[in-house]
Design a protein around this ligand. Structure first.
Ligand code: 5GP
Length: 140
């Protein structure tokens, strides 16, 4: 199977701002930053989407969701809510066919349309991504 963009990030062939890693998952900042702290949790084992999980992979990956959520919440006192989104299939907005969860922190008056289609990457430089990733990483 051809490598997708998340395989390349997992292997370090494409750089990313990592916030959490273990044997089974990697969490890193979504390049689009729908809101500051927008994070993706991906399975290291290639699984296309939710339909393809067996019990073991579900345990390895899905049990990390609350762990990532708590770290993001703790990373910034301005975070007042968190949307967790998992797109399955192109019709549902899944552009990368490699299972992943979006963690989208919510802020007062953030005016985020849901589901988010905004790409804020033009407003971010290396320093800004790095600071946000560090603020989450140190909460584990
Ligand atoms: P999906 O639309 O499949 O649910 O989400 C894919 C997400 O991957 C998008 O929000 C997009 O911004 C993010 N993404 C795509 N390419 C890259 C990349 O090279 N680096 C990072 N950090 N995120 C990416």
């Amino acid at each position: 199977m051809a490598e997708d963009i998340f395989d390349k990030i997992i292997e370090g062939k494409i750089p990313s701002y990592k916030v959490y890693e273990d044997d089974d998952v990697l969490a890193f900042l979504d390049i689009s930053q729908a809101t500051p702290g927008h994070t993706l949790l991906v399975s290291k084992k290639h699984i296309d989407n939710i339909y393809d999980y067996d019990d073991e992979s579900a345990k390895k990956v899905l049990t990390k969701i609350p762990i990532i959520a708590r770290a993001i919440r703790k990373s910034n006192p301005k975070i007042i809510g968190l949307n967790i989104l998992n797109n399955n299939g192109q019709a549902a907005g899944q552009s990368v066919i490699h299972t992943h969860w979006h963690f989208i922190p919510r802020y007062q008056d953030d005016k985020l349309d849901f589901p988010p289609t905004v790409d804020n990457s033009d407003k971010y430089d290396e320093e800004k991504y790095r600071k946000i990733a560090e603020s989450i990483k140190k909460q584990f």
